[in-house]
Design a protein. Structure first.
Length: 330
């Protein structure tokens, strides 16, 4: 079992907080040195030290050393694709009601940030099946998960390919508890998600723009097989609290995405109509064109950049896995 407590060990990631509050995340190696423009800090002074220690660099600067929380880890890990922020990951776990033992489908996997939260929530008896179109992203995600846990979880698999084609081949109909879609055009995958979900199962879509939100909501309604979709966004504003100086922080984490949820109806069930005021709900071909992935804009990282991220993530993962193996043999 992976340990997230106790003294710091070789290969682990450690978060250092400097004198001015700046954060640095390092992987501990025997004989390694953390360099700043002001001084040096030996890794050996951290290996074996308790979590929460304060150590001094060569110039006398003191650093607080803490084992990164999962929210810290995902913000500092190598990225092949944009990550789902912790504020949204927490909401996904709540809104999709991810529970221990759940069978969850995730598409796409990106850099693995949400995968880590899902794996922690489903526990050892759940199952996470992730789908990713690009093998490079899958490699980064797999390495990041290994770097965090020290191993590749046995209850997690990554399928390479398009969800529409791969999902029916991988899972049986009505055998999945939750489906989470993080992609440009989730409306294209509703039919296969519908088939995979058990009655009462939750569909959650992570959506960046208003136009995408509108289209996927209407597409869900058009299936007549889900409850009416519910949408929200999460905005987090920190506060400065020091004595009587209490005020909102100057910076905040604003809009990152919309979260839309709906639940699978039983086969043949008809959702009771909801009385609502008339609104503009019709749209034409020109409106649909504005919702296409090409119009929304799909940012693609260069192959060179992806290869660099894969190497970086793999090196961190190898160091952590070696640590777990050594500890296990010991």
């Amino acid at each position: 079992m992976t340990r997230f407590s106790g003294p710091f060990r070789t290969g682990e990631r450690v978060q250092l907080t400097g004198p001015k509050g700046r954060l640095h995340t390092i992987s501990l190696t025997p004989g390694g040195v953390f360099h700043t423009h002001r001084g040096m800090l030996d890794h050996d002074s951290l290996i074996g030290a308790p979590d929460g220690s304060v150590v001094s660099a060569s110039n006398g600067d003191q650093y607080l050393a803490l084992r990164p929380l999962l929210s810290d880890f995902v913000m500092s890990m190598p990225r092949g694709a944009a990550i789902i922020y912790p504020k949204d990951a927490a909401q996904i776990l709540a809104l999709a009601d991810i529970f221990p033992g759940a069978r969850v489908v995730e598409a796409g996997v990106g850099s693995g940030a949400l995968s880590m939260w899902l794996l922690r929530a489903i526990g050892d008896h759940g199952e996470l099946i992730s789908f990713e179109r690009r093998a490079e992203f899958a490699d980064v995600a797999r390495a990041n998960v290994t770097a965090h846990t020290g191993e590749t979880p046995g209850n997690w698999s990554i399928e390479i390919g398009d969800l529409v084609e791969a999902l029916p081949r991988v899972v049986e109909p009505a055998s999945v508890d939750r489906v989470i879609l993080d992609m440009l055009a989730p409306w294209e995958c509703l039919d296969v998600a519908l088939e995979a979900l058990a009655p009462g199962g939750v569909l959650l879509c992570y959506i960046a723009t208003v136009t995408q939100l509108s289209r996927v909501a209407e597409a869900i309604r058009a299936t007549r097989a889900f409850t009416d979709p519910q949408s929200s966004e999460t905005i987090v504003r920190g506060w400065h609290v020091e004595g009587l100086a209490v005020r909102p922080d100057h910076r905040m984490v604003g809009h990152t995405a919309f979260l839309l949820t709906a639940r699978r109806l039983a086969p043949g069930a008809v959702l009771p109509p909801v009385a609502r005021r008339a609104s503009k709900s019709e749209y034409g071909d020109e409106d649909v064109e504005l919702w296409t992935p090409g119009a929304v804009g799909d940012r693609v990282k260069s192959d060179k950049r992806l290869r660099k991220v894969v190497r970086e993530a793999g090196a961190i993962a190898e160091a952590r896995a070696a640590t777990e193996e050594t500890q296990g043999n010991g």
